[in-house]
Design a protein around this ligand. Structure first.
Ligand SMILES: Cc1cc2nc3c(=O)[nH]c(=O)nc-3n(C[C@H](O)[C@H](O)[C@H](O)COP(=O)(O)O)c2cc1C
Length: 283
């Protein structure tokens, strides 16, 4: 650590060590240190204080969210702010194992919207000839970027958030509750509010697994993942093992065992059919 360090530079170094077991250093006079530190210190929050989120702040966060880049400036994302308790309850009933959704001061659904661009084509008398998987993906990526911008802005404003892909568990029901028309589909929900607790940094795979130089590489991948399993287990062990009835109790239960077990069980296998019903051919 440099002797001329600043509190923000120290936060960056500390968070990088916790997150990646990496020794990073940054010049104390580099710009944007506060934002870099906040990015590195990200954590999802599932418990919220009773303090409400001011409506005018929420509008600013929406504006920040929709300042995200957009594929070809097509602007194929929407947010549905679910403020009606009955509608929220109807969504939460499809996700009984996530009570934090009902308790969050703010609940949003980030949607991909391929409908608007088709409507514009019709109004302007032009054929729509881009009915293919890439078009679906562009809208989904736009929605993801808008959600990420919202998360960053919310964290800067002192809020905590938790994305909820489980809104896709019963996408048909959730779409019905939100009255989503053809061409619009939910990508993820997001809980937001002032955090009730500090939370903690979740360790990630080391950067030498996920960052590649010039070409894709899997050099010593298995050893690196096993080392990550051990590092993560030392600071954030899983509280319970998945599917013990089928796989037994593992003497050492790390991230890779958890993820292997998670994907040994089919998940949202009907989502493709739902998306086709929403008007996407996915060709
Ligand atoms: C697209 C997406 C969907 C997610 N869905 C859920 C969810 O349904 N329920 C939940 O509790 N957390 C959900 N999460 C939060 C992740 O579990 C969390 O980001 C991950 O465990 C890493 O923790 P961290 O965000 O604190 O670093 C989701 C995250 C993303 C990016």
């Amino acid at each position: 650590m440099s002797p001329n360090t600043t509190p923000e530079a120290r936060r960056i170094e500390r968070a990088a060590a916790e997150r990646f077991d990496a020794t990073l250093s940054i010049a104390p006079d580099a710009s944007g240190l506060e934002e870099l530190a906040r990015n590195l210190e990200h954590r999802s929050h599932r418990r919220y204080a009773e303090r409400p989120v001011p409506p005018e702040l929420l509008q600013v966060l929406f504006a920040c969210a929709f300042s995200a880049p957009s594929k070809s400036d097509l602007q194929q994302a929407d947010i549905i702010h679910v403020s009606d308790a009955a509608r929220r309850r109807a969504i939460v009933e499809t996700i009984p194992d996530m009570p934090w959704i009902m308790n969050a001061p703010v609940f949003l659904i980030f949607c991909a919207n391929n409908r608007r661009i088709r409507q514009i084509g019709e109004w302007r008398g032009k054929p729509f000839v881009n009915e293919h998987l890439d078009h679906f993906m562009n809208a989904a990526v736009d929605a993801g970027l808008v959600m990420m911008n919202f998360i960053r802005a919310a964290e800067a404003a002192g809020l905590g958030t938790c994305p909820i892909s489980a809104v896709r568990n019963r996408a048909d029901t959730v779409s019905g509750v939100l009255e989503l028309p053809q061409g619009v589909f939910p990508v993820a929900g997001l809980c937001a509010g002032y955090p009730a607790e500090a939370g903690r940094i979740t360790p990630r795979l080391p950067l030498n697994v996920t960052v590649h130089e010039d070409r894709y590489s899997e050099s010593e991948l298995r050893e690196k993942i096993e080392a990550y399993d051990r590092r993560r287990h030392a600071v954030l062990p899983y509280r319970r093992q998945r599917n013990i009835e089928r796989f037994g109790e593992a003497p050492f239960y790390g991230w890779s065992e958890d993820k292997a077990r998670q994907y040994a069980v089919p998940e949202r296998t009907d989502f493709g059919a739902f998306i086709r019903r929403q008007g996407f051919s996915l060709k």
